[in-house]
Write a protein that binds this ligand. Sequence first.
Ligand SMILES: Nc1ncnc2c1ncn2[C@@H]1O[C@H](COP(=O)(O)OP(=O)(O)OP(=O)(O)O)[C@@H](O)[C@H]1O
Ligand SMILES: [Mg+2]
Length: 373
Amino acid sequence: MFLRCLKLAGIRNLATQTVEPGAGVNLLVGANGAGKTSLLEAIFLLARGRSFRAQVLDTVVSRGATSCSVYGELVIDGPGDTEVIRRLGVSRETGGGFCYRLDGATVNAASTLADTLPLLLINSDSLGLLGGSPKTRRHFLDWGLFHTLPETRQLWRQHLRAHQQRNALLRRGIGVDRRELDLWDRKFAETGELITMMRCGYAGEIAPVAARFTEALSPSLGNLELGFQAGWDRDQSLADALKLHRDRDIILRATQSGPHRADLKIRLNGRLATESLSRGQSKVLALALLLAQGAHFLQRRGCPCLNLIDDLPAELDQRHRRRVAQLMAEIGGQSFVTGTDVAQMGADWMDVSAAPAVKMFHVEQGRFIESLP
Ligand SMILES: Nc1ncnc2c1ncn2[C@@H]1O[C@H](COP(=O)(O)OP(=O)(O)OP(=O)(O)O)[C@@H](O)[C@H]1O
Ligand SMILES: [Mg+2]
């Protein structure tokens, strides 16, 4: 699966242009402020219908413009030697909503885009996997569930509804109708147990891959373990936990047990990874975890997802940069990797054995100019 063509208009400082990426690694190299992250943002927009760095979506629209759009042609392996082309488009008028299109038809949900164009984003926020809030780690698990276990999507919708309804009742405080609460407890617990089982299974499948990748990138980091925590004491069922803590939930007016409290404890040689790692080591570990997620996707779905890696060289020494390049070459798939130093990036990727097809683009004032790596 790869994007063979991207048409950009009205996005940040990017010129209106068509970019033709390669099916392998695309290196985007240029000075600070040239527009490298903006291209990743445009691809992310195409896949998720939102930006990864702006809450206020109008900030993505070029200053002075009234709309932005990105269009992409995705090549997917079909049966035999055939290829299927999917056409995705996202556009936005300032002050208006987004319009999503797939193969010429309007689609309502951004999740349809995400399903069509599975994307892994690795940037400075990825360090949150280690030092950030549990939400980041739940998001890591749920990316895997969304893309490799599609049956969980319906379950999630039911669970979120039960959670909302339960919390709405709890906000009534001690006057709450306990019989009505019983009903939503049952739905919340049923769906919550299933989601938890799937998250736990996913963490178990990712763990050995991530441990292998950590070893390959930095053997001295030690033995990686992922400890899944469900969000309640699993010596009891979720239904029992809700029953036991009902009075506390009523006082606090919100559900305190369940999948929304889950976490993933990331340990190296038995110690929490956040306790002793340098920033560079944290980045290596976050890369190992996320690349493991991509490799697991490939195993499950039979095709690789797309990788967007912003400022890959930052904080990594030459040895680690080259090991990451080697690992990415082994996993395969299409990647967009940004950096500022042309010579360094070229050298890092040229040394990779079984080198993937590498295309380099110089980025200057919002224009992508293909050049020799
Ligand atoms: N809405 C906008 N309209 C026009 N230009 C914008 C807008 N938002 C941001 N910019 C500018 O776009 C430029 C590109 O930003 P971008 O973050 O893509 O750069 P970059 O190449 O990733 O740089 P760095 O190496 O520092 O990460 C910046 O100069 C920024 O000020
Ligand atoms: Mg940038």
